[in-house]
Ligand binder design. Sequence first.
Ligand code: ATP
Ligand code: FE2
Length: 331
Amino acid sequence: MICLGIEGTAHTISVGVVKDLNEKCKVLSNVIKIYKPEQGGIHPREAANHHTKFVADLIKDSVKKANIGFTDIDLVSFSKGPGMGPCLRTAATAARALALSLDKPIMGVNHCVAHLEIGRGTLSDCKDPVLLYVSGANTQIIAFAEGKYRVFGETLDIGIGNCLDKFGRTVGLDFPCGPAIEQFALKWKKYLDLPYSIKGMDIAFSGLLTAAEQYYKSGERLEDICYSIQETTFAALTEVTERAMAHTEKDEVLLGGGVAANKRLREMVQIMAKERKASFFVPSKDLCIDNGAMIAWLGVLMHNSGIRMKVENSFIDQRFRTDMADVTWRD
Ligand code: ATP
Ligand code: FE2
């Protein structure tokens, strides 16, 4: 089975083509185009206009790069949610048009579950992980338990990526700011105290963001602030992930989302995993960030397990929570 998947929950419009090889995922292509606002945060309608402009070319490009013809596509999938309405609608509309013109089935998939399944699908030995999903808008610790993917901990306010980007914007860094913050942090000299706020299994970042901005205004070195933000937020994320692993008795941890590119975060989670004698996994960067291949792969899993969706029912759902997705393809 070959599936073409279209991702469009937020900044990214991406189209990927995957093939099912004995229940493992072979990525044939994965083309990604990211909308970058000229200034300020993301405007949903402008991001959607960006996606509209590029989606047709990305579809053609992904088919070409996969070295297949349009008639080889067996299934078209798209990100059903969660995400921004205008962006989701653009990706879903493109998927409907393609599915109808090829006369092939369509499948809307949960974006967060796709981040986890692409790890299981592409990394050998990654079978039942706790996912630490760290992106711009999302920060969740997700694992399979009692027939569903459940959220064991999450941010109470903003995503970790947003926290980094907002701080970066305040101090004049280019979006996305995570990579620059990582570089500044390497040149640290002292750790500055920041609020470490874990409530139950959930995390909050906005208090820390305000405190970090105040340090900047009071003239502390940017390098020290960047380092302290990373140390504090990543320690909290690692702590909650470890607690989820202990609670679910799982011995695999998987990273996903754009912030998973950060070497210090990887190192902290890896040390925690090693101490628990657990395995640590992180997909290649293009499969960590928002991408069409993960949407395509989850489409394959759902289709193979018997789920069918009609075009007239292929709605988007801005608030499609992780635990709302029926998991029919594994136990
Ligand atoms: P989602 O809809 O899943 O929230 P998104 O478009 O916000 O998607 P991603 O593409 O997964 O997110 O990730 C983008 C985020 O990753 C940005 O906030 C960016 O600053 C952050 N990021 C990228 N590289 C690094 C890095 N090296 N260190 C820290 N953060 C990083
Ligand atoms: Fe994502």
